[in-house]
Each structure stands twice: as structure tokens, then as C-alpha cells.
Write a protein that binds this ligand. Structure first.
Ligand code: ZN
Ligand code: ZN
Length: 360
């Protein structure tokens, strides 16, 4: 069913009435085409969303570069917000005119299968055995005018939240997830390696647990931004980083080091900054193998290496509503969908770039 009221003003020639959409399609590593395609049709349990903004993250760049392997062609983009414009016939609940974002894992629960897999039954649907992932794996994403999402994955965005903040729900949820799997105590020292788009959100999430956050970055601009994001200290990446972190942590290193840089030597650096029995939290999906990393130190210092990804959307929405992230400081640029390649290039600096599909 189409919600005609949401499709645009009466008589206006909208994308919906033309039945056409643009979709930034990755056809081969390094090759992205803005294709003119039919508007996708939602399945029985799905919604059609007209994209307002989409965000670029490191995973998108890794997909474009081919480091993060997936089946192509694929419309990439998994952080987004937009207006629901149509619903499949089995969707229950009123989504007409809803402004939404959506969780990215498409699972047995999303598909409402009668016989869910063991991971879905064990409340671990993020690891569903039959998982596809919006904009990442076997499921087209949000660098487009429209995308189709399972209704079960959708979260309404409250009116108090700006559309730009709405795009940040997915990455902030992933940042919050870090400390669900690696719990913090107030006063813990947390080193965030890489103070870019991911590191800044992780720093915010760590701060809300009462941690002392130390941001490590090679970029003076990012160190400056990290201070504005409320970190306790900043340290220049490089040969003196260890000495500086030790000086800030009573000579023993951080309780937790969160690797957000995606640099090939990120893990090798992290083990030099964490204390014995500490945790290295891996967050980056840069699609590059690590280098110069000797696991001996993991044994000697009894370290834990813990990965984490998708997190709680409802919590992220609440945190954004309370103004946790200064959105205008965080978002460095907005590009129209027609300039997708320039947008991806700009995002390579590790800053937050949004793609604007169309007006709401
Ligand atoms: Zn992402
Ligand atoms: Zn499943």
C-alpha cells in the first residue's frame, strides 16, 4: 500500500509517481555507479523508505576498496533515516508518514519465519545463521533515493531529533555496544585509538560510564575535536604515545583500549597501551589485515581481545535526544547523492560525511 499523502504534494511529480529511484551501486571494487532503477517493492513484512540522509562509515569504504568482501553488485549504505512511503500487505501497525531508521541485520525474526535458527532463538539474532545485512551483505542499502527494510527492524525517530541526528543512531548504537560486551567501572581509563567518526562516538559512550577517556590520534584537528567531545586527555599517536598513556594511568596502562583507527598496526599499538589483564576492544572493520602484531604479549599480560558491532537502537535514540552528540561539530560535510564519489573521497579523512538523498 502506498501512503500517497507522504509521497509529496498533490500534483507534484515525485520520484514515487515516476516509479524511478537512484541507487549508488557498487559493481566491482573501486567502481560505484549511480543507477536509475525502479523503486523497490516491499515484501509482505517490509516497508519502503524514502531516504533523507545516509552516513558514510569505515565499513562502506572497506566495501568500496574490496577489503571487506561481499557479493556484488550491491547498493551500499547502512546508516540512514527517511520517511516510510509504502508498506507490505502483512505489516501490522500504522507506519504512514513515520520518520524512521532501521537495524541493519535482517534475521529470522525480521523475516518472521516460523522456524527461527538457533542463534535467533537464543536472543543472538545479530548472529543469525541466515543473516543478510542492509547495505553490506545480500541486501541493498541506503545510498539511494529509496530502500526496503523489514518492518520489524524499524525504529521511529522522535520529532525532537533532527534528521542528521537520526543518521547517527546506528553508529552510536555500535559505540554503546562496545561497553555492553566490555563493561566499564567509573574511573576506568579508556584509550580510544583513532579520534575520527567512530572514535568520537566511542569516547562519548565511554564517558557516559564515568570513564577517563584518553584519545590517541595523529591529527591535531582530531585531537582538538576529541577535547570538545569531552575526553579527559589527548595523546599524539607515534613513538611517545605509550610513555604519555603510562603517565596518565599510574604507569600501568589503560583498563580498555578501543581500536577505532583501522590502521594495519592498530592492534600492535593497542597492546602497548593496555594494562595487564586489560581488554582490547576491536571496533574497526577496515578490511585490512593487522601487521607487526605479536600475540605473545596477549599471553604474557593475560589480555582479552574483544570484538563488537551492532548495538541497542533504543538506547542510542535516547542518548541522541538528550544531546549526547554535538551533531553539527560531528558531521563534517553533506553531499548530494549525485556526488557519491566525492562524498566517499571526503570520508577517507576519517570524518563524518552524510549523503543527502532528497528533501523530506
Ligand atoms: Zn557503519
Ligand atoms: Zn536466525
Amino acid at each position: 500500500m502506498f501512503f500517497m499523502g507522504a509521497a509529496g504534494l498533490a500534483g507534484e511529480l515525485t520520484m514515487e509517481t515516476m516509479n524511478r529511484s537512484r541507487a549508488a551501486t557498487l559493481t566491482a571494487p573501486g567502481k560505484i555507479e549511480l543507477r536509475d532503477v525502479p523503486i523497490p517493492v516491499p515484501g509482505p513484512h517490509e516497508l519502503l523508505v524514502r531516504v533523507r540522509f545516509a552516513g558514510i562509515c569505515g565499513t562502506d569504504l572497506a566495501l568500496v576498496d574490496g577489503g571487506y568482501e561481499t557479493d556484488l553488485p550491491l547498493v551500499i549504505g547502512h546508516e540512514f533515516c527517511g520517511r516510510v512511503v509504502a508498506a507490505g500487505e502483512a505489516v501490522t501497525g500504522d507506519f504512514s508518514d513515520a520518520f524512521v531508521t532501521a537495524e541493519i541485520n535482517v534475521t529470522c525474526l525480521s523475516r518472521k519465519v516460523v522456524d527461527p535458527c538457533r542463534m535467533c532463538l537464543s536472543s543472538m539474532s545479530a548472529h543469525c545463521q541466515y543473516r543478510s545485512v542492509i547495505g553490506i551483505r545480500e541486501r541493498d542499502g541506503a545510498f539511494a533515493d529509496h530502500l526496503v527494510v523489514p518492518a520489524a527492524n524499524v525504529h521511529r525517530l522522535p520529532k525532537e531529533l533532527s534528521p542528521k541526528a537520526g543518521v547517527l543512531v546506528e553508529p552510536l548504537a555500535a559505540a554503546i555496544r562496545t561497553f555492553e560486551v566490555t563493561p566499564l567501572s567509573p574511573g576506568d581509563h579508556v584509550v580510544v585509538l583513532g579520534a575520527g567518526r567512530l572514535g568520537l562516538l566511542v569516547a562519548k559512550a565511554a564517558r557516559s560510564h564515568g570513564a577517563h577517556v584518553i584519545a590517541v590520534s595523529g591529527s591535531p584537528e582530531k585531537r582538538e575535536l576529541a577535547l570538545r567531545f569531552g575526553v579527559a586527555s589527548v595523546v599524539e599517536a607515534g613513538p611517545t604515545a605509550r610513555e604519555q598513556v603510562l603517565a596518565l594511568t599510574d604507569g600501568i596502562g589503560a583498563n580498555v583500549v578501543v581500536e577505532c583507527s583501522g590502521a594495519p598496526d592498530g592492534l600492535a599499538t593497542a597492546v602497548t597501551l593496555v594494562r595487564p589483564r586489560g581488554v582490547i576492544a576491536e571496533k574497526s572493520t577496515a578490511g585490512r589485515p593487522t601487521r607487526k602484531f605479536d600475540p605473545t604479549i596477549v599471553v604474557v599480560n593475560e589480555l582479552t581481545i574483544q570484538g563488537s558491532r551492532c548495538g541497542p537502537f533504543a538506547k542510542a535514540i535516547e542518548r541522541l535526544k538528550s544531546g549526547l552528540v554535538p551533531v553539527d561539530d560531528y558531521v563534517s560535510g553533506v553531499f548530494p547523492l549525485s556526488e557519491i564519489e566525492a562524498a566517499l573521497e571526503a570520508a577517507r579523512g576519517g570524518i563524518k560525511i552524510l549523503i543527502e538523498a532528497g528533501p523530506d
